[in-house]
Design a protein. Structure first.
Length: 307
C-alpha cells in the first residue's frame, strides 16, 4: 500500500466505496445549494406565474380566479400582437446577423490565430452589462449630439434618428446587442471548431477540395450540434430582450420597439395588472418551448456526423 509524504496510508478503493455507501446523503449535500436556487428562483416563480395567469391580481387585493379570461383578452389585444411582431422582427435581425458574424469571426480565429489575447478582445463587449452598453450607445447614436451622427453630418450624409425613428429603432437595438453578444457566440463556435478532427480536412485537401467547398461540405455539417445549441440559446435570449429597449427607447417611438417583455413589464409594474401580465409570460414560455423543440428536431442537435 502506498503512503503519502506525511506517512499516512492512502485510503484503498474498497474503503472509499464503504465510506460512500455509509454516506449516501453526501452527493445531495453538494447538490443542495443549486437545487435550492433552482426551486426558489426558477421553479416556484414559474408555477406561481402560471397560477396568476388565471387570476385578476393587482398586489392590493387577494388574487381572484377568472379562468381563461386573461388569455381571451390577450388574443384580442392588438398591442400584444404588435409587440409579438416587433419581437419577432428583432429576433430575426439579431439572430441572423449575430450568427453569421460570429461564425465568420470564429473561423478567422481558428485559421489565423488562436491567441488568448485575441479571444479576450473578442469577448470584451460581452463583459459589459446590457445597461451600460445601452447607455454608451445611446450617447454615441444620439440624434443631436451623438458622436456617430456628428460624423455622418461631417461627411455630408446628415443626421439619422437611429433610436427615435420608427424605421431605424429596432435594427439599431438589434445591432447593439449583436455587438455585445457576438464575441461570446463566436467563442462557442470556436470551441466547436477545435473539436473537429484535422484528418478530415487533410483528406479533403489531398482530394483537391477548395476552401469554400471544405467549409460548406465539412465544417458546417460537423458544426451542426454546436450551431444548434448556439441558435437555441440566442433565440431564447433574444425573445426576452428588455434592458436595451428600456434604456434606449422605452418602447417608442409609437410602440415601434415595444417588444413583448417591455409590454409585460408595463402591464405588471406600470398598471399593476399582474394576472394579465402573467398570462402573456406563460404564452411567451409556450412559444419558446415550441420553437426550441422545432429547432432541436430540424437541426438534429443530438446527432453528429463525426461517427
Amino acid at each position: 500500500m502506498s503512503t503519502s509524504a506525511t506517512g499516512h496510508r492512502s485510503a484503498s478503493p474498497a474503503k472509499r466505496r464503504r465510506v460512500k455507501a455509509q454516506q449516501p446523503w453526501l452527493p445531495w449535500l453538494f447538490l443542495a445549494p443549486a437545487a435550492f436556487g433552482y426551486v426558489v428562483f426558477y421553479l416556484w416563480p414559474t408555477l406561481r406565474g402560471i397560477w396568476l395567469s388565471f387570476t385578476e391580481y393587482n398586489l392590493l387585493t387577494p388574487a381572484k380566479f377568472v379562468g381563461l379570461s386573461n388569455y381571451e383578452r390577450m388574443f384580442q389585444d392588438p398591442i400584444f400582437w404588435g409587440s409579438m411582431k416587433v419581437t419577432v422582427l428583432y429576433v430575426v435581425l439579431n439572430i441572423g446577423i449575430q450568427t453569421i458574424m460570429a461564425l465568420l469571426i470564429a473561423v478567422l480565429m481558428y485559421r489565423l490565430t488562436k491567441s488568448t489575447f485575441v479571444r479576450s478582445v473578442v469577448l470584451s463587449p460581452y463583459l459589459v452589462s446590457n445597461v451600460v452598453a445601452a447607455i454608451v450607445w445611446l450617447w454615441v447614436l444620439d440624434a443631436q449630439f451623438g458622436v456617430f451622427n456628428q460624423f455622418l453630418e461631417w461627411i455630408g450624409i446628415g443626421k439619422i434618428g437611429f433610436l427615435t425613428d420608427e424605421f431605424w429603432a429596432i435594427p439599431t437595438i438589434a445591432m447593439i446587442n449583436v455587438w455585445r453578444h457576438m464575441g461570446y457566440t463566436a467563442l462557442l463556435i470556436f470551441a466547436g471548431l477545435q473539436t473537429l478532427p484535422e484528418s478530415v480536412y487533410e483528406a479533403a485537401r489531398m482530394d483537391g477540395a477548395s476552401e469554400t467547398r471544405i467549409f460548406f461540405s465539412i465544417t458546417m455539417p460537423l458544426l451542426r450540434p454546436i450551431l444548434a445549441l448556439v441558435l437555441i440559446m440566442t433565440i431564447i435570449g433574444s425573445f426576452q430582450v428588455f434592458d436595451t429597449v428600456a434604456v434606449t427607447t422605452g418602447g417608442g417611438p409609437a410602440n415601434a420597439t415595444n417588444v413583448l417583455q417591455m409590454y409585460i413589464y408595463d402591464l405588471a409594474f406600470g398598471r399593476f395588472q399582474f394576472g394579465y401580465a402573467s398570462a402573456m409570460s406563460v404564452a411567451l414560455l409556450i412559444v419558446l418551448g415550441i420553437i426550441t423543440m422545432i429547432q432541436f428536431k430540424l437541426t438534429r442537435a443530438n446527432d453528429t456526423d463525426l461517427d
